[in-house]
Design a protein around this ligand. Structure first.
Ligand SMILES: Cc1ncc(C[n+]2csc(CCOP(=O)(O)OP(=O)(O)O)c2C)c(N)n1
Ligand SMILES: [Mg+2]
Length: 323
């Protein structure tokens, strides 16, 4: 398959992965310093999936990212300022301080559907969006992400079946990160590949190395364009590893250290940087400049978010439709 990526685009995707890692690391520090609000999920290890898959969409396509897809929110135009203000529960945030996390962090002007906390409820919503594109004869595609744990639910199967029956222009990214909270894959299912669940419903399913940015991008790009041209839904199982705990409170002592050490050698950003250097597409100095730029942008976002006002308690019922 011919690469869809130009060298300029490769460098851009590297920036989004580095920004994702820098923001995630900064969020962890804020929480360790007691400056966080509520819980926050970890992103480490998922950068090639959230960036690679998200980047394969066109501007008019819609996406419902989940709790490990910070990179997708960023590259679709949700700024670090808005994301951090949300994480810190401020009034200037996407949810106006209603959520101190990524739940509900959507913006339809950016074609981002807010993440529904209940897993995998973003899935049927996104299949519905895809079906609406068919009814309206619009050449658009809808995409969402789910985890391995979410693939065990009935809703996962019902949604894929519906997508297949309606030949919906839909792409499902399954982030198989070996764990659902503290439950390893071996205690969740007896199959080796979650992809078989898609195929059982007549949905084309691919398996890809989730730590290889270009591989994720290319397989997703093909799926998106196939869906756009009437070829129906695709499910893409990205094999990866959740490198930190489920969320900030979770030390993940239940994960075997050898497993983590093994996956650490396949870090998606280290790998992509090695590819850029080996191909002469970037110098170490340029990679360092990107890292500096990301640090500056995240520092500005922290300043903005921490300087933002808290929600006014008098507005607590705004946006509540049933009391
Ligand atoms: C219906 C429902 N039950 C439980 C939860 C709590 N919860 C949030 S994330 C999570 C683990 C999900 O695992 P997986 O689907 O593998 O995604 P991962 O967190 O590993 O990326 C759980 C149990 C939830 N959000 N929704
Ligand atoms: Mg998981």
């Amino acid at each position: 398959m011919a690469s869809q990526l130009t060298n300029g685009r490769r460098r851009e995707l590297h920036y989004w992965m580095r920004l994702t890692r820098t923001l995630d690391d900064r969020i962890i520090k804020l929480w360790q310093q007691g400056r966080g609000v509520g819980a926050t999920f970890n992103q480490r290890g998922h950068e090639a999936i959230s960036v690679g898959a998200g980047a394969a969409l066109g501007p008019s396509d819609v996406v419902a990212p989940m709790h490990r897809d910070l990179g997708c929110y960023l590259l679709r135009g949700m700024t670090p300022e808005r994301l951090l203000a949300n994480q810190l529960g401020r009034a200037t945030s996407v949810t106006r301080g209603r959520d101190g996390n990524l739940h509900g962090c959507g913006d339809l002007d950016l074609n981002i559907i807010g993440f529904i906390s209940h897993l995998p409820h973003s899935l049927p919503v996104t299949v519905g969006a895809a079906m609406s594109f068919t009814y309206r004869n619009e050449p658009r595609v809808a995409m969402t992400f789910v985890g391995d744990g979410s693939s065990n639910t009935g809703l996962f199967h019902e949604s894929l079946n519906l997508a297949a029956v309606h030949n919906a222009p839909f792409v499902l990214i399954v982030e198989n990160n070996q764990y659902a909270y503290s439950t390893p894959l071996s205690q969740q299912m007896v199959i080796d590949d979650i992809a078989v669940r898609g195929r059982a419903h007549g949905v084309r399913a691919e398996i890809v190395d989730g730590n290889d940015l270009e591989a994720v991008y290319e397989v997703t790009y093909d799926a998106v364009e196939r869906a756009r041209s009437g070829g129906g839904p695709t499910m893409i199982e990205c094999k990866t590893m959740r490198m930190l705990g489920h969320a900030i409170h979770d030390g993940a002592g239940y994960v075997p250290p050898d497993l983590l050490a093994d996956w650490a050698k396949r870090d998606p950003i280290d790998r992509f940087e090695a590819t850029l250097l080996a191909g002469g597409l970037a110098t170490q100095e340029e990679l360092d400049q990107v890292a500096d730029r990301c640090r500056r942008e995240v520092a500005a976002a922290v300043e903005y978010a921490e300087g933002s006002e808290w929600p006014d308690p008098a507005t607590i019922l705004d946006g509540v439709y049933a009391e």
